[in-house]
Write a protein that binds this ligand. Structure first.
Ligand SMILES: Nc1nc2c(ncn2[C@@H]2O[C@H](COP(=O)(O)OP(=O)(O)OP(=O)(O)O)[C@@H](O)[C@H]2O)c(=O)[nH]1
Length: 237
Protein backbone atom coordinates (compact mmCIF):
# COMPACT_ATOMS: atom_id res chain seq x y z
CA UNK A 1 0.00 0.00 0.00
CA UNK A 2 1.33 3.43 -0.79
CA UNK A 3 0.89 6.86 0.70
CA UNK A 4 0.20 9.75 -1.60
CA UNK A 5 2.22 12.44 0.13
CA UNK A 6 5.87 12.58 1.03
CA UNK A 7 6.70 12.02 4.67
CA UNK A 8 8.65 14.75 6.35
CA UNK A 9 9.99 15.07 9.82
CA UNK A 10 7.41 17.71 10.70
CA UNK A 11 4.50 15.42 9.85
CA UNK A 12 2.71 14.12 12.90
CA UNK A 13 2.09 10.44 12.41
CA UNK A 14 -0.63 8.43 14.01
CA UNK A 15 0.76 5.64 16.15
CA UNK A 16 2.64 3.22 14.00
CA UNK A 17 5.02 0.47 14.74
CA UNK A 18 8.50 1.75 14.13
CA UNK A 19 11.13 -0.65 12.91
CA UNK A 20 14.72 0.35 12.81
CA UNK A 21 16.44 -1.99 10.43
CA UNK A 22 20.10 -2.00 9.48
CA UNK A 23 21.41 -3.38 6.20
CA UNK A 24 24.96 -4.61 6.62
CA UNK A 25 27.53 -6.20 4.38
CA UNK A 26 30.61 -5.52 2.38
CA UNK A 27 30.79 -2.93 -0.35
CA UNK A 28 28.94 -3.57 -3.62
CA UNK A 29 26.93 -6.57 -2.43
CA UNK A 30 23.71 -4.69 -3.25
CA UNK A 31 22.61 -3.15 0.05
CA UNK A 32 21.34 0.05 -1.53
CA UNK A 33 19.75 -1.79 -4.43
CA UNK A 34 17.95 -4.09 -1.99
CA UNK A 35 16.67 -1.25 0.17
CA UNK A 36 15.54 0.89 -2.74
CA UNK A 37 13.89 -2.10 -4.41
CA UNK A 38 11.85 -2.74 -1.29
CA UNK A 39 10.77 0.86 -0.98
CA UNK A 40 10.21 1.85 -4.60
CA UNK A 41 9.71 -1.52 -6.32
CA UNK A 42 12.39 -0.48 -8.77
CA UNK A 43 15.80 -1.86 -9.41
CA UNK A 44 18.13 1.02 -10.00
CA UNK A 45 21.36 -0.19 -11.50
CA UNK A 46 24.04 2.14 -10.26
CA UNK A 47 24.58 4.14 -7.15
CA UNK A 48 27.49 6.07 -5.79
CA UNK A 49 29.16 4.07 -3.06
CA UNK A 50 27.04 4.70 0.01
CA UNK A 51 28.40 6.72 2.90
CA UNK A 52 25.37 5.96 5.00
CA UNK A 53 21.70 6.79 4.66
CA UNK A 54 18.47 6.29 6.53
CA UNK A 55 15.44 5.62 4.36
CA UNK A 56 12.00 6.16 5.83
CA UNK A 57 9.08 4.27 4.48
CA UNK A 58 5.51 3.58 5.51
CA UNK A 59 3.76 0.38 4.58
CA UNK A 60 0.74 -1.61 5.66
CA UNK A 61 1.63 -5.14 6.62
CA UNK A 62 -1.10 -7.51 7.77
CA UNK A 63 -3.37 -4.51 8.34
CA UNK A 64 -0.83 -2.71 10.53
CA UNK A 65 0.77 0.58 9.63
CA UNK A 66 4.50 0.05 9.84
CA UNK A 67 7.06 2.79 9.81
CA UNK A 68 10.37 1.52 8.50
CA UNK A 69 13.57 3.34 9.20
CA UNK A 70 16.20 1.51 7.22
CA UNK A 71 19.84 2.33 7.68
CA UNK A 72 21.80 1.48 4.56
CA UNK A 73 25.35 1.29 5.82
CA UNK A 74 28.55 2.01 3.97
CA UNK A 75 30.26 -1.18 2.89
CA UNK A 76 33.65 0.18 3.77
CA UNK A 77 33.63 1.42 7.31
CA UNK A 78 36.37 3.71 8.45
CA UNK A 79 36.60 2.05 11.81
CA UNK A 80 34.80 -0.70 13.65
CA UNK A 81 33.41 1.66 16.29
CA UNK A 82 31.28 3.32 13.66
CA UNK A 83 29.68 0.07 12.62
CA UNK A 84 29.11 -0.78 16.27
CA UNK A 85 27.15 2.43 16.79
CA UNK A 86 24.94 1.60 13.84
CA UNK A 87 24.36 -1.93 15.07
CA UNK A 88 23.34 -0.59 18.48
CA UNK A 89 20.83 1.70 16.76
CA UNK A 90 19.00 -1.12 14.98
CA UNK A 91 16.20 -3.44 16.05
CA UNK A 92 16.66 -5.92 13.20
CA UNK A 93 19.36 -6.68 10.67
CA UNK A 94 19.79 -7.88 7.12
CA UNK A 95 23.34 -9.13 6.62
CA UNK A 96 23.99 -9.19 2.90
CA UNK A 97 26.63 -10.88 0.80
CA UNK A 98 26.95 -11.34 -2.92
CA UNK A 99 27.02 -14.89 -4.27
CA UNK A 100 29.70 -13.59 -6.66
CA UNK A 101 32.02 -12.47 -3.87
CA UNK A 102 33.51 -15.00 -1.48
CA UNK A 103 34.99 -12.33 0.78
CA UNK A 104 31.58 -10.80 1.33
CA UNK A 105 30.29 -14.22 2.38
CA UNK A 106 33.16 -14.67 4.84
CA UNK A 107 32.25 -11.34 6.40
CA UNK A 108 28.72 -12.47 7.27
CA UNK A 109 29.74 -14.55 10.26
CA UNK A 110 31.76 -11.73 11.79
CA UNK A 111 28.88 -9.31 11.42
CA UNK A 112 26.39 -11.76 12.93
CA UNK A 113 28.59 -12.33 15.94
CA UNK A 114 29.04 -8.59 16.35
CA UNK A 115 25.26 -8.06 16.30
CA UNK A 116 24.68 -10.73 18.91
CA UNK A 117 27.47 -9.45 21.07
CA UNK A 118 26.23 -5.85 20.99
CA UNK A 119 22.59 -6.78 21.59
CA UNK A 120 23.04 -9.41 24.23
CA UNK A 121 21.81 -7.14 27.01
CA UNK A 122 19.07 -8.23 29.41
CA UNK A 123 16.71 -5.53 28.09
CA UNK A 124 15.48 -7.77 25.28
CA UNK A 125 12.45 -9.96 25.94
CA UNK A 126 13.52 -11.82 29.03
CA UNK A 127 17.13 -11.35 28.08
CA UNK A 128 17.07 -14.57 26.13
CA UNK A 129 16.32 -13.63 22.57
CA UNK A 130 18.71 -12.19 20.09
CA UNK A 131 17.60 -9.47 17.69
CA UNK A 132 16.15 -10.63 14.38
CA UNK A 133 18.85 -11.19 11.79
CA UNK A 134 18.47 -12.55 8.27
CA UNK A 135 21.29 -13.64 6.02
CA UNK A 136 20.82 -12.50 2.43
CA UNK A 137 22.77 -13.93 -0.50
CA UNK A 138 22.20 -11.42 -3.29
CA UNK A 139 22.84 -11.48 -7.08
CA UNK A 140 21.77 -15.06 -7.65
CA UNK A 141 20.99 -14.06 -11.25
CA UNK A 142 24.74 -13.91 -11.92
CA UNK A 143 25.07 -17.69 -12.16
CA UNK A 144 28.25 -17.66 -14.23
CA UNK A 145 30.06 -15.46 -11.72
CA UNK A 146 29.01 -17.46 -8.70
CA UNK A 147 31.62 -18.04 -6.01
CA UNK A 148 29.28 -19.02 -3.16
CA UNK A 149 26.91 -21.96 -3.62
CA UNK A 150 23.37 -22.08 -2.29
CA UNK A 151 24.50 -24.92 -0.07
CA UNK A 152 27.22 -22.72 1.46
CA UNK A 153 24.55 -20.19 2.38
CA UNK A 154 22.25 -22.84 3.80
CA UNK A 155 25.03 -24.35 5.88
CA UNK A 156 25.94 -20.99 7.34
CA UNK A 157 22.30 -20.35 8.08
CA UNK A 158 22.04 -23.67 9.94
CA UNK A 159 25.26 -23.07 11.84
CA UNK A 160 24.14 -19.63 12.99
CA UNK A 161 20.47 -20.66 13.35
CA UNK A 162 19.37 -17.70 11.25
CA UNK A 163 16.94 -17.45 8.34
CA UNK A 164 18.52 -17.40 4.92
CA UNK A 165 17.32 -15.86 1.66
CA UNK A 166 19.10 -16.23 -1.61
CA UNK A 167 17.74 -13.51 -3.85
CA UNK A 168 18.17 -11.44 -6.94
CA UNK A 169 17.36 -7.84 -6.22
CA UNK A 170 17.67 -7.21 -9.93
CA UNK A 171 15.14 -9.82 -11.01
CA UNK A 172 12.65 -9.87 -8.16
CA UNK A 173 10.64 -7.42 -6.09
CA UNK A 174 9.00 -10.13 -3.99
CA UNK A 175 12.29 -11.49 -2.66
CA UNK A 176 13.45 -8.19 -1.12
CA UNK A 177 9.96 -7.77 0.36
CA UNK A 178 10.25 -11.23 1.93
CA UNK A 179 13.54 -10.21 3.58
CA UNK A 180 12.12 -7.09 5.24
CA UNK A 181 8.78 -8.73 6.05
CA UNK A 182 10.50 -11.55 7.87
CA UNK A 183 12.35 -9.06 10.06
CA UNK A 184 9.05 -7.35 10.81
CA UNK A 185 7.36 -10.65 11.67
CA UNK A 186 10.13 -11.63 14.04
CA UNK A 187 10.15 -8.24 15.75
CA UNK A 188 6.40 -8.52 16.11
CA UNK A 189 6.78 -11.93 17.69
CA UNK A 190 9.38 -10.59 20.11
CA UNK A 191 7.28 -7.49 20.85
CA UNK A 192 10.38 -5.40 20.50
CA UNK A 193 9.87 -2.15 18.66
CA UNK A 194 11.59 1.18 18.80
CA UNK A 195 9.90 4.09 20.53
CA UNK A 196 7.74 6.49 18.52
CA UNK A 197 8.80 7.84 15.21
CA UNK A 198 11.17 10.73 14.71
CA UNK A 199 12.47 10.77 18.25
CA UNK A 200 16.11 11.52 18.34
CA UNK A 201 18.29 9.17 20.26
CA UNK A 202 21.45 9.79 22.10
CA UNK A 203 24.26 8.26 20.19
CA UNK A 204 27.95 8.45 20.58
CA UNK A 205 29.87 11.53 19.63
CA UNK A 206 31.56 9.23 17.20
CA UNK A 207 28.60 9.67 14.91
CA UNK A 208 29.49 13.31 14.48
CA UNK A 209 32.30 12.17 12.28
CA UNK A 210 29.80 11.06 9.71
CA UNK A 211 29.26 13.72 7.07
CA UNK A 212 25.76 15.11 6.74
CA UNK A 213 24.25 14.31 3.38
CA UNK A 214 20.92 14.86 1.68
CA UNK A 215 19.17 15.43 4.96
CA UNK A 216 15.40 15.46 4.64
CA UNK A 217 15.36 15.38 0.86
CA UNK A 218 12.36 13.53 -0.46
CA UNK A 219 11.68 11.21 -3.36
CA UNK A 220 8.36 10.21 -4.81
CA UNK A 221 8.37 7.18 -6.97
CA UNK A 222 5.39 5.60 -8.64
CA UNK A 223 2.99 6.63 -5.93
CA UNK A 224 5.34 5.55 -3.16
CA UNK A 225 6.97 7.96 -0.86
CA UNK A 226 10.03 7.95 1.24
CA UNK A 227 12.45 10.37 2.72
CA UNK A 228 16.16 10.18 3.24
CA UNK A 229 18.04 11.24 6.27
CA UNK A 230 21.58 11.05 7.32
CA UNK A 231 22.16 9.04 10.47
CA UNK A 232 23.53 12.28 11.85
CA UNK A 233 20.04 13.76 11.93
CA UNK A 234 19.40 11.59 14.95
CA UNK A 235 22.14 13.17 16.97
CA UNK A 236 21.05 15.73 19.54
CA UNK A 237 22.27 19.24 18.79
N1 LIG B 1 23.17 -8.57 -11.38
C1 LIG B 1 22.84 -7.99 -10.23
N2 LIG B 1 23.42 -6.85 -9.84
C2 LIG B 1 23.05 -6.31 -8.66
C3 LIG B 1 22.06 -6.90 -7.84
N3 LIG B 1 21.93 -6.13 -6.74
C4 LIG B 1 22.78 -5.10 -6.89
N4 LIG B 1 23.46 -5.21 -8.04
C5 LIG B 1 24.49 -4.31 -8.55
O1 LIG B 1 25.61 -4.36 -7.70
C6 LIG B 1 26.24 -3.07 -7.66
C7 LIG B 1 26.39 -2.63 -6.23
O2 LIG B 1 25.10 -2.37 -5.71
P1 LIG B 1 24.87 -1.38 -4.48
O3 LIG B 1 23.45 -1.47 -4.11
O4 LIG B 1 25.45 -0.04 -4.76
O5 LIG B 1 25.81 -2.10 -3.38
P2 LIG B 1 26.11 -1.62 -1.87
O6 LIG B 1 26.26 -2.87 -1.08
O7 LIG B 1 25.08 -0.64 -1.42
O8 LIG B 1 27.52 -0.91 -2.05
P3 LIG B 1 28.23 0.19 -1.08
O9 LIG B 1 27.38 1.41 -1.11
O10 LIG B 1 29.58 0.40 -1.69
O11 LIG B 1 28.33 -0.41 0.29
C8 LIG B 1 25.41 -2.12 -8.51
O12 LIG B 1 25.98 -2.03 -9.79
C9 LIG B 1 24.06 -2.84 -8.59
O13 LIG B 1 23.38 -2.56 -9.79
C10 LIG B 1 21.45 -8.12 -8.27
O14 LIG B 1 20.59 -8.73 -7.63
N5 LIG B 1 21.88 -8.62 -9.48
Amino acid sequence: MSFPRPLRRSVSLSPARTLRLVVLGQSAVGKTALTVRFITRRFIGDYDPTLEMIYRHMAIIDGEMVHFEILDTAGQEEDSLQIEEKIKWGDGFAVVYSVTDRCSFDEVMRLCFLINHLHSSPKRSGGAEQPPVVIVGNKKDLQFDRMVSTEDGENLSKALKLPFYEISTRDSYEEPVAVFSSLYQELLRQGHFSPGSFKRRTVSKLMEKIPKMQASSTLNTAGRSLSFNSFRDYIPE
